[in-house]
Design a protein around this ligand. Structure first.
Ligand code: GDP
Length: 636
C-alpha cells in the first residue's frame, strides 16, 4: 500500500502517515507499507482520527528534501521558500537547524512537533520475586471510598501526580479508569480511578470482585458521615480489608482523634485502639502522610500474598468502556491473571474482538500486559459493560461464534428465565434449593430511633438454619446504592416509614431486587418471621418426569460433551433434576444443563423423541446409561 495514496485519502501529509506508522510500530519504508488486513484497519482508524490535523512529527536534522517528501510538496517549492522568503541558503541535502526547520514547516502550513525516538515500552508484568509454582506476587488493586467532599478525588489526583510509576516517561497520565504508582521502596500499587461505593458495589453486583484493598477516606474536620457508614457496610460485606485515610489533617479544625473514636462505634477498630484497622492521617492538599499510606497499602498487600501467574490463561475484567468517535469501542481492562497481548482474541460477555492496540495510563503503547496492569484496548466489536469479565478462549472466529451464542442465550434469558434473587415470598423454595442460606437485609428508616427499634427486633428473630443478617442500616430513603448492595449480596431492602427513590426503584426492577416498605413495625417483623419459619416448614416431594436412555456420547469441541439420548417414557425438561444409573450404580445426581432437539434449544422432550443433553458439571456419561428425570414439588 502506497503511503502517498493513504495520505491523499485522509487529507494528510505523507509525513503524518509515517508518524502514525512509527507510533504503531508498523514496518514500512519511505514509500510503502506491507501489512495484513487487521493492521491496515487499525491504521485507517488512527488516520481517520487525525483528519484535518496539521501537526507533523519530524526528527531533528532533517534536510529540505526530507521536508518536501514528508509534507508531500515539490522539493523546488521548499527551496524557493527557504531562499526567497526565509533568506536561507541550503542545498536539498543540507541538514537544517531546528529553528529553521520549524519556520519552514510552519510557512508550509504545518506545526512541527519534534519526534524523539521513543523507547519501546513493553509492560512487564509488575510482579515481585517468583513464588512457588507459576504464581507470583502481583500488585494490589485499590479502590477509594468515603463521604462526598471528604477528598477521594483529591487523594487520587495527588497520588497520581506524585507517584505515577515510570514518571521519567513524561509524567502526564491519561484517564483510563485506573493507574499504577510506585511506593518509596519500589512496590507497585494499582488504583481504580472511580471512587465511591456505588461503583465498587456495581462491579460486585455484576459478579466482579476487582478490589483487593479499600481505602476509606474520612475528613478530619467533618468526621463520620452517612456515606462513610454506607461505605463501611459495602466494604465489610465484600469482605475486603480496609485502611482508613483520615484526610484534611492540614486544616485548623481537623480532629483526627475524634474520627478514630467515631470509627469504633461502627465496628471499625483502629490499631491505636487495640483493633486491626490501619489508619493513616493524610492531607491530599499538602501530600503529608501519603507516602506512609502507600507503604501501609503495600504492607497490607504483602500480608495478603496476592498472587497471579503471568503464564496462566488470561483473565481480566472491564473497568470502563466507551464508544470513541474516531477509534470505535474503547475499553479499559484490568488484567487479573495471565498476560494480554496485541493480536489476542478476546471475549467479553456477548462481545468479542481482536486486540489491535493497547495503551497504558501513561499513554504508552504496550505489546503485552501482565497481572494487575490496567490497559486501554482497541479492537472490540461493541462496547462492553463495566464489570464484565474478559477471557481469551481461542482464535477470532471461535470468540465471535461464542459471543453470538452468548448473545442468543442472553436474549432468551431476558425473555424467559427471571434472575433469581432472594425474596421473602420465595424464601422457602430458595432455601430448599440451596440458593439462600443467610437472609441479608438492608434496613432504611425515617429516624435513628426507628432504625434502632427495627434492628433490635430483627436481631431477636432466632433460627437455627437461617441466619438473619442486617448487612447495612441507616436513616433516609432507599437509594440506588442500597439496591446495588442488595443485588451484590442477594439481599432484600426493607424500608420503614421511607420510600425508595425513583432511581432506586428502577435499579431494583433491573436487578430484580425486592424492596419492601412498611409503616407498622409489627407487620415488618411478622413478615420476616413468617418467611423464616416458612423456610423450615416447607416440604418438597419428588415427582417423576420420565426415563431417558443415553445412546451415544458426542464430543463437540465447542460445547464439550453431549449425550445423544432417546426418551423412552414420560418426558425430560431443561433444568430438571436427574439421577443417572449405570447398571445398578448411581453415577450422577444433579441437574440437566441444556436440552437440544438437533441444534435447537428446547424446553422439554417427550417419549419417542431423540435429544441432546448436557448436565450441570458432569460429562462422564456413557452409552446405555439410564437417566431418571424428576422435579421437586412443594407440597405445603
Ligand atoms: P470527593 O467528593 O470525596 O472526591 O472530594 P474532593 O476530592 O472533590 O474534595 C472536596 C474538597 O475538599 C475540595 O475542595 C478539595 O480541594 C478539598 N480537599 C480535599 N482534600 C483536602 C485536604 O487534605 N486538605 C484540605 N484543606 N482540603 C482538601
Amino acid at each position: 500500500m502506497e503511503i502517498s495514496s493513504l495520505a491523499r485519502e485522509f487529507g494528510l501529509a505523507p509525513g503524518q502517515v509515517i508518524g502514525v506508522l512509527n507510533e504503531l510500530g508498523i514496518e514500512h519504508d519511505s514509500e510503502k507499507i506491507e501489512a495484513d488486513a487487521d493492521t491496515v484497519e487499525l491504521l485507517q482508524m488512527e488516520l481517520k482520527g487525525l483528519k484535518g490535523s496539521k501537526v507533523i512529527s519530524i526528527a531533528p536534522g532533517v534536510t529540505p528534501r526530507d521536508v518536501a517528501k514528508l509534507l508531500g510538496v515539490a522539493p523546488q517549492e521548499v527551496q524557493k521558500m527557504l531562499m526567497l522568503k526565509m533568506k536561507v541558503m541550503a542545498t536539498l541535502t543540507t541538514s537544517l537547524k531546528d529553528d529553521v526547520a520549524e519556520l519552514l514547516v510552519s510557512s508550509l502550513g504545518y506545526t512541527l512537533n519534534w519526534a524523539t525516538p521513543k523507547p519501546k515500552v513493553v509492560a512487564k508484568p509488575k510482579v515481585e520475586p517468583k513464588a512457588q509454582g507459576g504464581a507470583q506476587l502481583r500488585p494490589p488493586v485499590v479502590t477509594i471510598l468515603g463521604h462526598v467532599d471528604h477528598g477521594k478525588t483529591s487523594l487520587l489526583d495527588y497520588i497520581r501526580k506524585a507517584n505515577v510509576a515510570g514518571k521519567e516517561h513524561g509524567g502526564i497520565t491519561q484517564h483510563i479508569g485506573a493507574y499504577q504508582v510506585e511506593t518509596g521502596d519500589k512496590k507497585i500499587i494499582t488504583f481504580l480511578d472511580t471512587p465511591g461505593h456505588a461503583a465498587f458495589t456495581a462491579m460486585r453486583a455484576r459478579g466482579a470482585q476487582v478490589t483487593d484493598i479499600a481505602i476509606l477516606v474520612v475528613a478530619a474536620d467533618d468526621g463520620i458521615m452517612p456515606q462513610t457508614i454506607e461505605a463501611i457496610s459495602h466494604v465489610k460485606n465484600a469482605g475486603v480489608p480496609m485502611i482508613v485515610a483520615v484526610n484534611k489533617i492540614d486544616k485548623n479544625n481537623a480532629n483526627p482523634d475524634q474520627v478514630l473514636s467515631q470509627l469504633t462505634q461502627h465496628e471499625v477498630v483502629p490499631e491505636s485502639f487495640g483493633g486491626q484497622t490501619i489508619t493513616c492521617p493524610v492531607s491530599a492538599l499538602t501530600g503529608e502522610g501519603i507516602p506512609h499510606l502507600l507503604e501501609m497499602i503495600a504492607l497490607q498487600a504483602e500480608i495478603m500474598e496476592l498472587k497471579a501467574d503471568p503464564k496462566a490463561d488470561f483473565k481480566g475484567v472491564v473497568i470502563e468502556a466507551k464508544l470513541d468517535r474516531g477509534r470505535g469501542p474503547v475499553a479499559t481492562i484490568l488484567v487479573q491473571d495471565g498476560t494480554l497481548r496485541i493480536g489476542d482474541s478476546v471475549i467479553i460477555g456477548s462481545t468479542s474482538g481482536k486486540i489491535k492496540a493497547m495503551t497504558d495510563y501513561r499513554g504508552e503503547r504496550l505489546k503485552e500486559a501482565g497481572p494487575s496492569v490496567p490497559v486501554e484496548i482497541l479492537g472490540l466489536d461493541e462496547v462492553p459493560g463495566a464489570g464484565e469479565s474478559v477471557e481469551n478462549i481461542g482464535d477470532e472466529r471461535t470468540s465471535r461464534l461464542e459471543a453470538e451464542q452468548r448473545q442468543i442465550a442472553k436474549r432468551a434469558k431476558e425473555y424467559s428465565v427471571k434472575v433469581k434473587r432472594a425474596s421473602l415470598r420465595d424464601l422457602r423454595a430458595q432455601m430448599t434449593a440451596g440458593e439462600v442460606k443467610d437472609l441479608n437485609l438492608i434496613v432504611k428508616a425515617d429516624v435513628q430511633g426507628s432504625v434502632e427499634a427495627v434492628r433490635g427486633m430483627i436481631e431477636k428473630i432466632e433460627n437455627e438454619e437461617v441466619s438473619v443478617k442486617i448487612i447495612h442500616f441507616g436513616v433516609g430513603t432507599v437509594t440506588e446504592s442500597d439496591v446495588l448492595l442488595a443485588s451484590a449480596s442477594n439481599g432484600i431492602v426493607i424500608g420503614f416509614n421511607v420510600k425508595p427513590e425513583p432511581g432506586a426503584k428502577k435499579e431494583a426492577e433491573k436487578e430484580k431486587v425486592e424492596i419492601r416498605t412498611y409503616t407498622i413495625i409489627y407487620e415488618l417483623i411478622e413478615d420476616i418471621e413468617a418467611a423464616v419459619k416458612g423456610m423450615l416448614a416447607a416440604k418438597f416431594e419428588e415427582e417423576h418426569l420420565g426415563t431417558v436412555e443415553c445412546r451415544v456420547a458426542f464430543n463437540l469441541s465447542r460445547h464439550g460433551k453431549v449425550a445423544g439420548c432417546h426418551v423412552t417414557e414420560g418426558k425430560i425438561q431443561r433444568n430438571c433434576s436427574v439421577r443417572v444409573r449405570r447398571g445398578k450404580d448411581l453415577v450422577f445426581e444433579g441437574k440437566v444443563a441444556t436440552l437440544k432437539n438437533v441444534k435447537q434449544d428446547v424446553r422439554e422432550m417427550f417419549a419417542g423423541q431423540d435429544c441432546g443433553v448436557t448436565f450441570d458439571g458432569w460429562e462422564d456419561f456413557k452409552k446405555d446409561d439410564i437417566i431418571e428425570a424428576y422435579e421437586l414439588v412443594q407440597v405445603n
